[in-house]
Design a protein around this ligand. Structure first.
Ligand code: ZN
Length: 195
């Protein structure tokens, strides 16, 4: 079942999401919610979806970055972004730790800010600790684009959207992004919009 994607301006996106107990996680309606979130993410398509975006104030995130989503992006930019395909992951009650000081500035969008993108500075390495959908502990380090996805999605659980942290002057329509900025190197993004 496809779920309605809530858009910026709807208060659920600004609430702090609640932790999910193991009992609630095991419940049939929660497992169904996870299935529907995956279906909605793939339909959009997007690389990450947090439960508040479908009006569920719960600490659940799904991420997936398929190789075919990378086709429109140049090899140089994919490499600079550290973007590699990511298999489907369901993260429940995720905790994020920033590793090191390295940051990168690239454009990102959000299924809840439909039609726009902006450049956001993000850490390039993170460590995430969470439960999977069966309630088992998982913990791993992520770099590059996956680190960006994780920071973006876990921000959703804290009621934060990328627009809170974007380089304000870089905010633009997807149309302008695709026309002129998708393959822009980081240095050009920084030089153009960082003033
Ligand atoms: Zn988002």
């Amino acid at each position: 079942m496809l779920l309605k994607l809530y858009q910026a301006g709807q208060p659920v996106l600004r609430q702090t999401a609640k932790p999910v107990t193991k009992n609630v996680l095991a419940a049939a309606d929660t497992q169904a919610l996870i299935d529907h979130m995956i279906e909605t993410l793939r339909d959009a398509p997007g690389v990450g979806l947090a439960a508040p975006q479908v009006a569920q104030p719960l600490q659940i995130v799904v991420i997936e970055d398929k190789a075919r989503y990378h086709k429109p992006v140049s090899k140089e930019v994919l490499q600079a972004q550290g973007r590699r395909s990511v298999q489907l992951k369901v993260l429940v009650n995720p905790r994020l730790e920033i590793v090191g000081d390295d940051q990168a500035l690239f454009f990102e969008g959000c299924l809840s800010v439909d039609g726009y993108v902006a450049a956001v500075q993000r850490a390039t390495t993170v460590k995430v600790t969470a439960l999977d959908r069966e309630g088992k502990d998982i913990s791993y380090a992520a770099t590059g684009w996956q680190a960006r996805i994780l920071q973006h999605e876990i921000d959703h659980l804290n009621g934060s959207l990328y627009i809170d942290n974007m380089l304000i002057k870089s905010f633009m329509t997807v149309k302008n992004f695709v026309t002129a900025w998708r393959d822009a190197p980081e240095v050009k993004i920084r030089k153009t919009f960082n003033g």
